[in-house]
Design a protein around this ligand. Structure first.
Ligand SMILES: Cc1ncc(COP(=O)(O)O)c(C=O)c1O
Length: 116
């Protein structure tokens, strides 16, 4: 899936502290990871906006619930902001919801946060 989305030499945006599996895939699938700071809410969108013009960003990788290793769960507002920015930049969001089933008050998936 990653190959078909970003081809080779593309960039994936991810949290600076992100899932180790993404880092393991990067050399195998020949993409670069650009890290953006993890915030509990808010500034994520500013950072993404700043990074996009400087890199050939092809996708955003996100663990929305109990992010590993920072254990951050995104607020609904932040999910909506992420989908909005992904749409404006025509970028898919690769959502790894490995821990979603462990969250009792589960937010809907980011893609479900905004009308199509
Ligand atoms: C976000 C995320 N996805 C998937 C996994 C499963 O990883 P693995 O397939 O290496 O066990 C983990 C394990 O910690 C994880 O943190």
């Amino acid at each position: 899936m990653i190959n078909s989305l970003i081809g080779t030499d593309g960039v994936i945006l991810a949290d600076q502290l992100t899932y180790y599996g993404l880092k393991a895939w990067a050399p195998a699938f020949q993409f670069e990871i650009v890290g953006i700071p993890s915030y509990l809410d808010g500034r994520l969108t500013d950072d993404v906006e700043a990074v996009c013009p400087r890199h050939r960003v092809k996708a955003i990788f996100k663990v929305p619930n109990l992010q590993n290793p920072a254990v951050i769960t995104m607020s609904l507002e932040r999910r909506m902001a992420l989908v909005d920015i992904a749409r404006r930049h025509c970028m898919p969001v690769i959502e790894n919801d490995a821990f979603g089933p462990l969250v009792s008050q589960l937010c809907r998936r980011s893609q479900a946060c905004v009308p199509s």
